[in-house]
Ligand binder design. Structure first.
Ligand code: C2O
Ligand code: CU
Length: 518
């Protein structure tokens, strides 16, 4: 009830202030409600409708300014690719395959199951296997060969896929549920075919509900050997993985693994970090060299002593070690190790060295075959964190260029573009950034140019407060995830896509689609 005319001014003010507070609260509530409501994603949507197209100063920018896309990140019908440049023909991602006429060189069948696993020396848990194993079998092929992998899902309830991490496969073979294929349901199968154009250390993992499935065991090593026989170097795979319950393993076994090698033998140790967090490796009993990172050889890598090598989530590092005349050499990671030497030979353990090999200055420079100064497009990938709603859920979510998914940029390129991307992280945590289908040349870190060997990555740790400039050539048409490989972070919205103008996808994401790549 309004105060009477005769009430003192102070009480009239109090009445007014209360009314005002109610109105302000109602407006704030309406705003929060609207923010919540508008964050709810459709039951299914196309990856192409997720995000706001960004053209990085290259062709296509005009279409955005002409107003075909507003701020609304998920549009019902229009797709960025379809409207990218007027009159461009479109290609479905499903048409981007290896030459169907080529005979198969290496054929592998993998059967996925949900089952109880006990890592050697560890405790049982409910996980996932491929052909009854976790990790799944090592897949080996020689550069230039055509690999065919038939994936059958026996009984994994959420469905499965396989993504070939670090292999720049044709887009239809990328294994991302809802973007390049539908999740393979129990009782179904999917055939992957691609030519091994690269050589080096890679890995494969499910990209359907990838967080629980990868942690639970749905992954394996993929080794592509060089076509030209270089020397008689022995090779040892070391897939590092932490299973549920914090069980640290190498190649599925806890504790010390042993690799038989003679005194004097040169061994290439292929370290793969299959976890969501960074790790490091170091060597006791010998010096070593870092031969390759993420399947790309380093140029003139020097000998390393008393330093560790950092491994981003998803990353690989190939170390060359020489077995000493007496004893063995130990490659250690926190919580597990690999002893390499003759039967029964022992090697000391040591604590992690304080210093890490800095790949920005390691090795000798060489022509990387790409000129970042001549970029056709320059993008920002600015990682932050804000309170808000993601698909109706309140939380403190990751942001890209200030927006919570799906209000994130969709990076648009044309085939042949040279692209520079500036990744900046002010989110409070480290993020292992992974772009599918391409390798990134590290140009600089915090403004300091790379002066060592050309440093190519597909997975790059960007710590809080750091900035990296990376460059790549857009030479693999498709729609490619560009996300954090700390898989829970990706599920919390730290993911977007790099899309080629004119490429579309018939697959759908969203809660009713059956596809959930994270
Ligand atoms: Cu290894 Cu998108 O992932
Ligand atoms: Cu992250």
């Amino acid at each position: 009830m309004p105060p009477s005319r005769t009430a003192p001014a102070a009480s009239r003010w109090a009445w007014f202030a209360r009314r005002l507070a109610v109105v302000v609260a109602a407006i704030a509530l309406a705003f929060v409600g609207w923010t919540w409501w508008s964050s709810i994603l459709p039951g299914t949507y196309s990856a192409m409708d997720m995000g706001v197209p960004e053209y990085g100063g290259g062709p296509g920018s005009a279409a955005v300014h002409a107003g075909t896309h507003g701020d609304s990140a998920v549009d019902a019908d229009t797709t960025a690719a379809a409207t990218g440049s007027a009159g461009d023909p479109t290609t479905s991602v499903t048409d981007l395959v290896a030459d169907p006429g080529r005979p198969v060189d290496v054929r592998v069948e993998l059967v996925a199951r949900a089952e109880r696993i006990t890592p050697a020396g560890g405790e049982p848990f409910d996980g996932f296997t491929l052909n009854g194993l976790s990790p799944g079998p090592d897949i080996r092929a020689t550069q230039g060969e055509l690999i065919e992998v038939v994936l059958r899902n026996d009984d994994v309830p959420d469905g499965v896929t396989l993504h070939w991490h670090g292999v720049d496969v044709p887009a239809a073979m990328d294994g991302v549920a809802g973007v390049t294929q539908d999740a393979v349901r129990a009782g179904e199968s999917f055939t992957y075919r691609f030519v091994a154009e690269q050589s080096g250390t890679f890995w494969y993992h499910s990209h359907q509900t990838s967080h629980p499935q990868v942690v639970g065991g749905l992954f394996g090593a993929l080794i592509l050997e060089p076509a030209a026989e270089i020397d008689a170097t022995a090779d040892a795979v070391a897939a590092i993985h932490t299973y549920p319950g914090g069980q640290r393993t190498i190649n599925g076994a806890t504790g010390d693994g042993h690799v038989r090698a003679e005194a004097g033998a040169t061994v290439r140790v292929r370290l793969i970090n299959t976890d969501s967090t960074p790790t490091s490796a170091w060597v006791t009993g010998a010096t070593f060299r870092v031969l390759a990172i993420d399947g790309e050889d380093l140029h003139s890598p020097g000998e390393v002593e008393e330093r560790a090598v950092g491994l981003t989530a998803g990353a690989r590092a190939d170390l060359e070690v020489v077995v000493p005349r007496r004893g063995a050499v130990r490659v250690q990671v926190p919580g597990a190790s690999l002893v390499i030497g003759p039967d029964g030979a022992e090697a000391d353990t040591s604590s992690a060295p304080g210093e890490t090999v800095d790949l920005l200055t390691y090795g000798e420079p060489a022509d990387p075959g790409l000129d970042p100064a001549d970029a056709d497009r320059t993008f920002s990938y600015d990682i932050g964190r804000l309170p808000g709603f993601l698909d109706g859920l309140p939380g403190y979510w990751w942001t890209i260029n200030g927006g919570i998914l799906p209000a994130v940029p969709m990076y648009m390129v044309d085939e042949g573009d040279t692209v520079v991307m500036r990744i900046v992280n002010n989110s409070g945590e480290v993020h292992p950034m992974h772009l599918h289908g391409h390798h990134l040349l590290v140009v600089s870190r915090d403004g300091q140019p790379s002066t060592g060997s050309p440093w190519w990555v597909d997975s790059l740790d960007v710590a809080h407060g750091e900035s990296y400039e990376v460059a790549f050539v857009a030479d693999n048409p498709g729609i490619w995830m560009d996300h954090c490989h700390n898989l829970p972070h990706a599920a919390e919205g730290l993911m977007t896509h790099l899309a080629y103008t004119g490429v579309t996808t018939p697959f759908r994401l969203g809660r009713d689609s059956g596809n959930d790549p994270e």
